[in-house]
Design a protein around this ligand. Structure first.
Ligand SMILES: Cc1ncc(COP(=O)(O)O)c(C=O)c1O
Length: 381
């Protein structure tokens, strides 16, 4: 959108023009059903399998371990529900700051009596307490551990290697919601013993409504969506072929340009931290913003002020798109379960700014300038 500044890249990202170019011929000309055995179908099937192989190469896994879905939510549902229904899981170890795609699914397993939920403790920075995780695993071996790789609201990063090693030690299944890290960090799935991993293309400049679940060979669950024999009989329904082709292209671009993109986006985040510290006394950052944290996310905690009440609204009026928590909870007035779990001062206001490759340093300076104007008004409470 003209003249607006978009700092909500954790909610979704702008599609990369290279991705659009790759998708258009598929959308326009290649309309065959990939399950059809005639020429029209075979051509599209070949594209689908090419996309799967490309993703498998990028993540160092086998094509058969990649199952396309409608996005991250479906992938999370498939892993958790599948583990309970088909792998005999009776205990699920998770954290209080997971995305709703995981939280609500695990809660449903608990409420329906299918599995018991166990919440791992967080440390003062919002990281999973690995010692408590080990205690839970020792008490409930053979559990499913579902812990997100990168938190969508505060950006905290999980130590995947350590958690995966603990799961191996206690024979637990390990699902990680990597929706916020896919395309932003490299994965070597031959080295990393995770069983399930979730991805949504729209978080890394790909199209919306498409993603995948990685299912390690040998940890086979059954389909979550039943129907035809698509996706190697793991997910019924005609595939979103142009979306899948776009997803694979978007991931390819991410890893092709990763070092430069990361340096650029990391620089923007650091600039925002530095400029905010200079501009607004009492500013703080939620989670482990300057430590083990996504370089794409900055959760800013503004000091108590009259400006705080209407902050997001006023930012929006000023042409700045940011988020008060996760996008998925905006519109509901229950507030963020993540910020609540961190036990932060309720008088402070949290805004999540999240950065992408299309943002510029000039935009960051403009946003901080606007925030400084809003916070120049003295507090009355
Ligand atoms: C951590 C995390 N998990 C899952 C999802 C859901 O992904 P999708 O929008 O592809 O369904 C999101 C999106 O906000 C997310 O940030």
């Amino acid at each position: 959108m003209e003249n607006r500044i978009y700092l909500d890249n954790a909610a979704t990202t702008a599609i990369d023009p290279e991705v659009v170019e790759t998708m258009i011929p598929v959308l326009r000309d290649l309309y065959g059903n990939p399950s059809s055995t005639h020429g029209h179908g075979r051509k599209v099937k070949a594209l689908l399998e090419e996309a799967r192989s490309k993703i498998a190469r990028l993540l160092n896994c086998t094509p058969g371990e990649i199952i396309f879905t409608s996005g991250g939510t479906e992938a999370d549902n498939m892993a958790i529900r599948g583990a309970v229904k088909h792998l005999g899981v009776k205990h699920i170890i998770t954290s209080p700051i997971e995305h709703h795609a995981v939280v609500h699914t695990v809660e449903e397993m608990q409420h329906s009596g299918k599995a018991e939920m166990h919440l791992v403790r967080l440390d003062e920075k919002g990281h999973v307490d690995l010692q408590h995780l080990e205690e839970l695993l020792a008490t409930y071996p053979d559990a499913l551990v579902t812990l997100m790789h990168g938190n969508n609201e505060i950006g905290n990063l999980l130590d995947l290697e350590k958690v995966a090693a603990l799961c191996v030690k206690y024979d637990a299944w390990f699902h990680t919601d990597s929706v916020q890290t896919m395309g932003h960090y490299r994965f070597d799935l031959q080295q990393l013993p995770v069983d399930f991993l979730a991805c949504g293309a729209h978080k890394f400049n790909g199209p919306k409504g498409v993603g995948f679940i990685y299912i390690r060979k040998g940890s086979r669950i059954k389909p979550f969506i039943t129907g035809g024999a698509q996706e190697r009989e793991m997910r019924g329904g005609t595939e979103n072929v142009y979306g899948i082709v776009g997803l694979a292209k978007a991931l390819e671009i991410c890893y092709r340009d990763l070092d430069a993109k990361r340096a650029h986006v990391e620089g923007l985040k650091q600039l925002m931290i530095d400029e905010l510290r200079n501009a607004i006394p009492g500013i703080a950052f939620n989670g482990d913003a300057e430590g083990r944290c996504l370089y794409t996310v900055l959760s800013v905690s503004f000091p108590p002020s009259d400006a705080g009440d209407m902050l997001l609204f006023n930012l929006d009026l000023a042409g700045i798109s940011a988020s008060g928590g996760s996008a998925c909870s905006s519109g509901s007035n229950t507030g963020s379960h993540v910020i609540r779990a961190l036990d932060t001062d309720p008088l402070r206001t949290t805004v999540r700014f999240s950065f992408g490759k299309f943002n510029t340093a000039d935009e960051i300076r403009q946003v901080v300038g606007k925030l400084a104007e809003m916070y120049a008004v003295p507090a009355t409470h």
